[in-house]
Design a protein around this ligand. Sequence first.
Ligand code: TXA
Ligand code: MG
Length: 343
Amino acid sequence: METVTLNAGTPEETREVVAKAVTLLNEGLIVALPTETVYGLAANAFNAEACAAIFEAKERPSFDPLIVHVSGKKMLDTIVNIPPDIEETVNVLIREFWPGPLTMVLPKKNIVPDIVTAGLSTVAVRRSKNPVFSEIIKELELPLAAPSANIFGSMSPTSATAVHKELSNRIPLIIDGGACSDGVESTIIRIESTERPKPNIHLLRPGPVTVEMLKKFGKVLKEQDSQIENEMPNSPGQLAFHYAPRTPLRILDCPENFKADPSKSYALLSYRGQEKDGYLRIHDWKEIQILSPGSGKLPEAAVRFFFSLRKLDESGADEIIAEPIPGKGVGLAILDRLQRAAL
Ligand code: TXA
Ligand code: MG
């Protein structure tokens, strides 16, 4: 199958590509679409066959459930039953963070095919704020199942070029909406009511909606730590080895500990690119990518993360050495992806 990439640049182009994507999605085909986090591979969430095509194109195991995207609260209510004891929190979080990179796991209605949720009784839902994505889902008037548009286990794509590298000849259409503005996948949470006035917020995957931002609304419990240690996902599909480049990657906590094997070449993933951090000059690196040149800004590092990792993967180095990232704010999400890539 030949893969066509269409650009959503000018308003006129956008109108055309939105119409094209809606037509294909209505026909039960799958289309790669931009979101604010990473590119998604989308299908009509009510069409089990179309969703099966997502699993096939990504080589994704059937036990790994998909995220379903909605256009708003009305569409959300067609696919989930919100338990009364967490309804208020869900509504507050929707008001605060939607459209945006927050995914909530909620009890599903029967209308959602089992293939979407890998047989679970819950479904992960979010509303994207990307204007092209929003336009498509509004015109389609159907929820869109959309995991990241990469081969299973590989890095999430943050540009149409990266999607093309992952999935060319497997899907009919990629909509190019430019680079993703957040750069790492959405935050995934499960809400649990408690005896206390505030609920527990279980963090299944850290992302652009940070622990600091969620703290106001409940007690945030970081479940991803136990997942990395146990390799037993609480969120099925949140497997330890996710997000990996083909090149082996190691996080080097302390530059003094670096000992190069003379027969190997190394590439550096630097956080700030500053000499005083001690990494730049310990080796004649084959390639260096800097996540946030200068003072080190975590949102900028997040935007550049997968792009930089791909560059290093393509550099031909035998190993990628990564500087540690501060585990606060969206840094926690970057660190999580790095740790999984390093396994
Ligand atoms: O930012 C994002 O979330 C992107 C864009 C395209 O929206 N999507 C994305 O999807 O990252 P994906 O499939 O790569 O990751 C979805 C994760 C899976 O690892 C899965 O474990 C979790 O969501 N998930 C899905 N349904 C779930 C459920 N019912 N319960 C727990 N975890 C679930
Ligand atoms: Mg993914």
